[in-house]
Write a protein that binds this ligand. Structure first.
Ligand code: NAD
Ligand code: TYD
Length: 355
């Protein structure tokens, strides 16, 4: 336990909220949680921390440098963990501007605030300060079937506005280390899944649609491959990198779990058939529907997570089977949460996207 505060951005979103809840539950110390509360951010994700003095929530934009500087100074922040981002590839295709604004300009403003703050620290406070930037494997582009998995030295070849803006932010973070010496860490993680995942992404969307008797939309032929990691494994990896990662280094994080989209959806249907059978006794798999492919759809992502295992001793604790079972159970037990996030705005998005 370190009683100095860390600043988490985007901590009302999917991964950020899981990270904050675990950080506090494990007694790692207090948190200032900055989130703009876009459509993807939800105060309800943090309901368990209501009234808890170890959690200070601030609704703000990471691009608001003055507010970020003030928070860093006021709370004597020892580390920043930057989750805040626009994160959905499909939305980035229709509206790339907000991705540039938050993922690139927002990260830049946050880096500037961090650089000024860190610059006036001294001694052990200065040595211990960290800026951990949470990024994605999508910056590396797409792989062919038999290509080796992405290592940390793979070329950056982003293909969507989402991944291009994440790549740009990674480059800025890197430059702040090389130019100014800011003690940064970058993590590039594969696809996460688990509790509190917004139902615009494949796994929660399929669970939500299945239970609602709606089509389960599979883009193109469904043979695209993603490398799935249970969200608490990602959070554990971030804690480990924060604790022991070498400033200036990047760490790839993945689950060693490559699956085609079709097999992910079939697995979900099988688990749902068991845990919450359809009233007519038939399989949810009957709801699978192949729809128009995503433009520029990356064929395969796969992470080589051997560096973080070798250097920091991290490995995922969950298999895909245990993680999916926990995820389905969470959604079955938290239908009120699902109802609260599938508002009018969500329904408009779904109507437009799957028209
Ligand atoms: P999310 O969309 O669920 O949450 C993002 C959060 O950031 C939301 O709470 C939102 O309100 C907040 N936010 C957005 N713009 C902001 C701004 N300008 N200022 C402050 N807050 C803002 O995303 P997620 O899936 O939890 O992803 C978190 C991070 O992890 C992102 O940086 C993403 O690129 C990265 N990542 C995600 C995955 C994945 O599979 N979900 C995999 C690898 C990396
Ligand atoms: P997604 O969860 O959006 O994550 P990402 O695009 O960041 O990998 O999508 C995961 C995979 O599932 C991706 O290949 C696109 C596909 N997909 C579908 O087939 N149907 C859907 O309705 C969605 C949302 C995604």
């Amino acid at each position: 336990m370190d009683d100095r505060m860390i600043l988490v951005t985007g901590g009302a979103g999917f991964i950020g909220s899981n990270f904050v809840l675990e950080w506090i539950a494990q007694g790692c110390g207090p948190v200032v949680n900055v989130d703009k509360l876009t459509y993807a951010g939800n105060r309800g994700n943090l309901a368990a921390l209501e009234g808890d003095a170890r959690h200070v929530f601030v609704q703000a934009d990471i691009g608001d440098r003055a507010t970020m500087s003030d928070l860093l100074q006021r709370h004597r922040i020892r580390a920043i963990v930057n989750f805040a981002a626009e994160s959905h590839v499909d939305r980035s295709i229709g509206s790339p501007g907000v991705f540039v604004q938050t993922n690139v300009v927002g990260t830049f403003e946050l880096l500037e605030a961090a650089r000024a703050y860190w610059g006036q620290l001294a001694g052990t406070e200065r040595d211990a300060f960290r800026f951990l930037h949470v990024s994605t494997d999508e910056v590396y582009g797409t792989l062919e079937k038999n290509d080796p998995a992405f290592s940390e030295t793979h070329r950056y070849l982003p293909n969507s506005p989402y991944s291009a803006t994440k790549a740009a932010s990674d480059h800025l973070v890197r430059a702040y280390h090389h130019t100014y010496g800011l003690p940064v860490l970058t993590t590039n993680c594969s696809n996460n899944y688990g509790p509190r995942h917004f139902p615009e992404k494949l796994i929660p969307l399929v669970i939500h649609n299945a239970l609602g008797g709606l089509p389960l939309p599979i883009y193109g032929d469904g043979a695209q491959v993603r490398d799935w990691l249970y969200v608490t494994d990602h959070c554990a990896a971030i804690r480990r990198v924060l604790e022991a990662g070498v400033p200036g280094e990047t760490y790839n994080i993945g689950g060693w779990n490559e699956k085609t989209n079709l097999s992910v959806v079939q697995t979900l249907c099988a688990v749902l058939d068991r845990e919450s059978p359809r009233a007519d006794g038939r399989s949810y798999a009957e709801q699978i529907t192949f729809v128009k492919d995503r433009p520029g759809h990356d064929r395969r992502y796969a992470i080589d997570a051997s560096k973080i295992e070798r250097e920091l001793g991290w490995r995922p604790a969950e298999t895909f089977e245990t993680g999916i079972a926990k995820t389905v159970r969470w959604y079955l037990d938290n239908q009120a949460w699902v109802r609260s996030v599938t508002s009018g705005a969500y329904r408009n998005w779904v109507a437009e996207q799957y028209a």
